[in-house]
Ligand binder design. Structure first.
Ligand code: PMP
Length: 424
């Protein structure tokens, strides 16, 4: 059944999907078409049930279709879908974000993570009067031109577009270095520091599987930015309200100048945001000259989902409970792997996790992640999917757990994992 659905989709939509990883290209086979979701579960268009560890790529931290979030959305929708004029709900969500995240004095809503990072970069460039930026290999910050650039080799690398269509003149302004290597950042800044507007980083990298920052690494970036007057941008589109209530910056105790959000702050609706120090944010139009806008920005239905979601994750012990679920899943996966004599490494932070088919004890760089056994991952992915466990269809994506994943769900997942590991 799904075959014909995918074929039909491919007739009208490039690759049959509206975002590439959904097409299952790297794992092979045909994507599952989802019809509905509730709590920890998805149901496909044929009625098959899955335990979901994708969670719409991060937003569904409360589980799917949380009744209070759905009610908030319905109530907002009854009042109209969009006005293109200010609403109190925008102030409420902005206030909540500013209260929860000490580094944020002011925040502007947008409709995606891509817009958030693109706008934060423009602001950093406008604020500093500099053009160059530094990003890290394997970090994904959405698909704006400046950020679709991958690393070359060496400490000082001028950008090469990863994607055709990114003008060389734009890509040249994006410098790239390996994640988790502070020495290379310090050498680059010694040479070019006074030309670099911003360092943008996923403080916990979730787009090359899951890589955590080495002790001292984020502190080092903060120091370099202070020394050279460079804006430190934490892209917390994935980690914000996901690894802890104060995001990765709260967890590691680092204060960035600007932060980007997405995913959880919209509770499943299209919302992104960027915010930070007032003296920088005041450069944004209409207070300042850096232009940024959006017809649907601060959409009232999306704000309602975001406000309710942030309210429900602010309850005591929410993140302790979520983190405990991640831990029990990862310990179980490691046990299942060792019983099957399969080498496996794992990383986990809050409600995010990664697992790696590798002999290495620790995975802490893009190169480490690239060196993992992709064929084995693909076989594991399909074995799990057959047994009703929906994992991200790529070994370079983090996994996500929700507060509705029960001990039974995790036990069922681990039973399937144990079976599949025996077949690898
Ligand atoms: N930044 C990070 C860290 C992300 O993980 C993503 C999306 N996965 C983005 C930015 C882009 O967000 P969006 O897909 O909403 O444009």
């Amino acid at each position: 059944m799904s075959t014909s659905r995918f074929e039909q989709a491919q007739q009208y939509i490039p690759g049959g999907v509206n975002s590439p990883v959904r097409a299952f290209k790297s794992v092979g086979g045909e994507p599952v078409f989802i019809q509905r979701a509730k709590g920890a579960y998805l149901w496909d268009a044929d009625g098959k049930q899955y335990i979901d560890y994708v969670g719409s790529w991060g937003p569904m931290i409360l589980g799917h279709a949380h009744p209070e979030v759905i009610d908030a959305v319905k109530t907002a929708a009854d009042n109209g879908l969009s006005f293109g004029a200010p609403t109190e709900s925008e102030t409420s969500l902005a206030q909540k974000i500013c209260e929860l995240i000490p580094s944020i004095d002011k925040v502007r809503m947008v409709s995606s993570g891509t817009e958030a990072t693109m706008s934060a970069l423009r602001l950093a460039r406008g604020y500093t009067g500099r053009d160059k930026i530094l990003k890290f290999e394997g970090c994904y910050h959405g698909h704006s031109d400046s950020l679709l650039v991958k690393a070359g080799s060496g400490a000082l690398t001028f950008g090469v577009p990863t994607s055709p269509g990114v003008p060389a003149a734009v890509a040249e302004q994006t410098l790239t270095l390996p994640f988790n290597d502070l020495d290379q950042v310090e050498s680059l800044f010694a040479e070019l520091g006074d030309q670099i507007a911003a360092i943008i980083i996923e403080p916990v990298a979730g787009n090359m599987n899951l890589i955590t920052p080495k002790p001292g690494y984020l502190e080092g970036l903060r120091k370099v930015c202070d020394q050279y007057g460079t804006v430190l941008i934490f892209d917390e589109v994935m980690t914000g309200f996901r690894v802890g209530l104060q995001g990765a910056q709260g967890l590691y105790g680092i204060t960035p100048d600007l932060t980007c959000f997405g995913k959880v702050i919209g509770g499943g609706m299209p919302v992104g945001a960027f915010g930070g120090r007032a003296d920088i944010m005041n450069h944004i139009s209409p207070d300042g000259p850096v232009y940024q806008a959006g017809t649907l920005s601060g959409n009232p239905v999306a704000m309602a989902a975001g406000i309710k979601t942030l309210e429900l994750i602010s309850v005591p012990n929410f993140f302790d409970n979520l983190t405990a679920k991640t831990k029990s899943l990862l310990i179980g996966l490691k046990n299942a792997a060792s019983r099957a004599d399969i080498p496996l490494a794992t990383n986990g932070v809050g409600g995010m996790f990664g697992f790696f088919f590798t002999d290495a004890d620790r995975v802490e760089s893009f190169a480490d992640s690239m060196a993992c056994d992709g064929a084995r991952f693909n076989a594991f992915f399909h074995g799990m999917l057959d047994r009703g466990v929906y994992l991200a269809p790529s070994s370079f994506e983090a996994g996500f757990i929700s507060i509705t994943h029960s001990e039974n769900d995790i036990a069922d997942t681990l039973e399937s994992a144990a079976e599949v590991m025996q077949t690898l």
